[in-house]
Design a protein around this ligand. Structure first.
Ligand code: PLP
Length: 382
């Protein structure tokens, strides 16, 4: 049955582009609707949304067409697109297909890893501040939470994390968010690799590379090549950021095949959802959109970083689509003033309570925001 569905949808070598081009009602609709597509820049209550590290460009035009064309298959279970997605991604990453597993966003990959590694006496060791989902997902399990403050240069404190890991004889998780959310900073890959080489296999290195495609530091590397020889490494990636699919939901993990088997009882069947699958395949084949995404993000960062530097406001070096900058006074007051000026900016990230996390919008949004910042300076608010 899977094979029949596969043939009928035409999801073969021609891929999703072929699917969108088939003379089906959905494909025609795609062509008709594509030009009027208008990605949403504003929250429902008005302000430009610069709070959730999303991609302001909206979906790639190719992904949009693929989704509209893919609606014709939305009543079927997604076996065929799952196979094509796995094949396309494996080729792109240069890994065997059995190293891949999928989730509804990379947050689900994190949840699965946390659930699968839980054991009495195990520790969950993570930076402070870092992405909250991992500690949140650990709540139902008997993890001993160990928060390790970032170093003075905003890296994960590997020395202290190692000391903590040594204290645990039960399977534990060492969560690395690299680049780190909310700081946007990198932790030395050399240092993490040195630890991976020496650590026992029962401790899991959960390496969150959500912003991988946006990072440009020459010393930054993925941990995907490590999984073949290290069953205790999982690299976690997402289609939410550079591919602008945050609302469509698709993430993946890359791990040793034995680790993928270990995680399997905790994953859900029938991943990915069909529309996410067609959009992801189309996006991966759309080099133009990828380049535009990276370029737009860099341009937006340049505009706002220049402004903050002219205003002599401290900014952390960002390898992501957000920047962390210092603010004087109360974050709640600053956020309210930004809201009143038409911008929804980040939430509190304790203990960095006098810092604001700002997600990148379109370059024109950042130019407008720069004007607002100068106005705030005139009013002595920043
Ligand atoms: C570091 C990090 N990991 C994972 C995620 C989850 O993203 P998603 O579930 O959309 O793939 C995010 C979202 O912002 C993130 O910042």
């Amino acid at each position: 049955m899977k094979r029949r569905a596969f043939l009928r949808t035409g999801l073969t070598g021609a891929g999703v582009a072929g699917l969108a081009a088939t003379p089906l009602a959905g494909a025609a609709t795609a062509r008709t609707l594509a030009p009027i597509f208008n990605p949403r820049r504003y929250d429902e209550n008005g302000p430009v949304r610069l709070s959730s590290n999303e991609n302001p460009l909206g979906l790639a035009p190719s992904a949009r067409e693929a989704i509209l064309g893919g609606l014709d298959e939305a009543n079927r279970y997604p076996g065929a697109i799952g196979a094509l997605l796995r094949e396309t991604l494996a080729t792109r990453l240069g890994v065997p297909q059995n190293q891949l597993f999928f989730g509804s966003g990379s947050t689900e990959i994190l949840r699965v890893a946390v659930a699968a590694w839980a054991a009495p006496g195990g520790k969950l060791i993570y930076a402070q501040p870092t992405f909250e989902d991992v500690p949140d997902y650990a709540q139902p399990f008997p993890y001993d939470h160990v928060k390790v403050p970032l170093t003075s240069d905003y890296q994960h404190d590997i020395g202290r994390m190692r000391e903590e890991a040594k204290k645990s004889s039960a399977p534990s998780i060492l969560y690395f968010c690299n680049p780190n959310n909310p700081t946007g900073t990198l932790t030395s890959c050399d240092d993490i690799e040195a630890w991976v080489k020496e650590e026992s296999e029962q401790h899991l290195f959960l390496i969150d590379e959500a912003y991988f495609e946006l990072a440009s530091d020459p010393g930054y590397r993925t941990f995907i090549p490590w999984v073949a020889d290290h069953p205790n490494v999982i690299a976690v990636r997402t289609f939410s950021k550079v591919y602008a699919m945050a609302g469509v939901r698709l993430g993946y993990g890359v791990a040793h095949p034995a680790t993928v088997q270990r995680l399997r009882p905790f994953t859900t069947q029938n991943q990915p959802n069909h529309l996410a699958g067609v959009a992801a395949v189309a996006s991966m084949n759309d080099g133009e959109f990828f380049n535009k995404s990276v370029h737009t993000n860099n341009e937006a960062k340049r505009i706002i970083t220049d402004t903050l530097s002219q205003l002599d406001i401290e900014v952390l070096p960002s390898q992501t689509n957000f920047i962390m900058h210092r603010i004087p006074g109360e974050l709640a007051d600053y956020n309210q003033r930004m809201f009143d000026a038409g911008f929804n900016v980040g939430r509190p990230f304790p203990p960095m309570t006098d810092w604001s996390r700002l997600s990148m919008g379109l370059p024109e949004d950042m130019s407008r925001l720069s004007e607002v910042m100068w106005d705030f300076r005139k009013k002595s608010w920043i």
